[in-house]
Design a protein around this ligand. Structure first.
Ligand SMILES: *Cc1c(COP(=O)(O)O)cnc(C)c1O
Length: 378
């Protein structure tokens, strides 16, 4: 960086959040280290109770990652070869690999262009006698249309598994992410709104027996040590992660509100600059609490804009550049470019701007100023 050029604006600033609550986090982690309960144990159980209360669900099961949470949720429904799971191609890879790893077939329903979320009408059209579950993703922190998806699931008599990895605390029509589907998967990857100090995830379930099954599946299908009633996997949450997550959970609503405020500031600044006529801004349905895991704009000139921002020291990211139906590893599914046009267009046009609770207004003004410069040809 040359002398006098302004500081880089990162996409997220995990160090700032850590510094703000370091004493609390360090005391919690040290407590677990000294206790010797390093895998599962009391810290994980305590977090499971706290997060179940927060989400308004009867059962929360701590696991090793969000990817495992998706896999375990589908395992608990006995999803396997011959079964179809309807999902979105516009998501993180694990949404779909959880299905294919079980030998089941992902069936893609396209997104609605306005909110990037799976289109319930497309889901309805994709139902077949082999459909076992619907796997919507609450992308960027906004819940999919619960009411419409619930309707489809009920009439088709199939389960809903929510990919809530980006949506802890998000709400729509008075219902909270994770409390609508038969099961839901959450990720506590460090950059998520609630982030661990490493990998961690959570499965939630409404039904007692399904929840007990997930608990068993996360420890190799065993309830009594060395007695295995079925083949599960090893996917346990570490005690240190449970302790850290329980501390951070107490701050989560404040952080998510701060993100939403920053999102509102971006939208206001972009409108004031007349840029809402040039780039599409995130839309928030009236009855929704969007937790703004990401603030995503769209423009056909995305790649040029991204390069311009990088030159001025502003980070940005593309979630996600290749829709999942076009990933090489899923070629065997037989999809081709053009099959899911809205997802394909979104993959070419979306751009996530820096957003985190500690982001300052002056930084947001710089980001919007740089976007204005780009479109003015400056
Ligand atoms: C992060 C994420 C996952 C996977 O979570 P990990 O904890 O990284 O395994 C799954 N789905 C979505 C939508 C995600 O954003």
């Amino acid at each position: 960086m040359s002398a006098g050029s302004p500081a880089r604006i990162p996409l997220v600033d995990l160090a700032a959040q850590y510094a703000a609550i370091a004493p609390e986090l360090e005391a919690a982690a040290l407590g677990v280290l000294r206790s010797g309960h390093w895998v599962l144990g009391p810290a994980v159980e305590s977090f499971e109770r706290a997060v179940a209360r927060y989400l308004g669900v009867p059962h929360a099961i701590g696991v090793a990652s969000g990817s495992d949470a998706l896999l375990l949720a589908l395992m608990a429904l006995d999803v396997g070869p011959g079964d179809e799971v309807i999902t979105t191609p516009f998501s993180f890879f694990a949404t779909v690999s959880s299905i294919t790893r079980l030998g089941a077939t992902p069936v893609f329903a396209d997104i609605a262009p306005g909110d990037f979320l799976i289109d319930p009408a497309a889901v309805r059209a994709a139902v077949t006698p082999r459909t076992r579950a619907i796997l919507p993703v609450h992308l960027y922190g906004l819940c999919a249309d619960f009411a419409a998806l619930d309707d489809v699931a009920r009439s088709a008599r199939v389960a809903i598994v929510e990919d809530s990895a980006q949506a802890i605390g998000a709400e729509r029509d008075g219902r909270r992410a994770g409390a609508v589907g038969d099961l839901a998967a959450f990720s506590f990857y460090p950059t998520k709104n609630l982030g661990a100090a490493g990998d961690a995830g959570l499965v939630t379930a409404l039904d007692d027996r399904v929840a007990a099954r997930v608990r068993r599946l996360r420890v190799h299908g065993s309830e009594e040590r060395y007695v295995h009633v079925e083949v599960g996997i090893n996917s346990r949450m570490d005690g240190v992660q449970g302790a850290i997550l329980e501390v951070k959970l107490r701050h989560l609503d404040r952080w998510s509100d701060a993100r939403a405020e920053r999102a509102a500031t971006y939208s206001a600044l972009l409108r004031d600059a007349g840029l809402d006529a040039i780039v599409a801004l995130p839309q928030v349905p009236a009855a929704a609490r969007h937790i703004f895991h990401q603030y995503v704009i769209r423009t056909p000139r995305r790649d040029e804009l991204r390069a311009h921002l990088a030159r001025t020291g502003i980070a940005s990211e593309v979630y996600y550049p290749i829709p999942l139906h076009l990933q090489e590893c899923f070629e065997f599914l037989g999809y081709r470019r053009g099959d899911l046009p809205e997802s394909e267009r979104a993959a070419d046009e979306v751009l996530a701007l820096p957003i985190y609770p500690e982001l300052e207004r002056s930084q947001q003004e710089r980001v919007v100023g740089a976007i204005a410069d780009f479109f003015a040809g400056r």
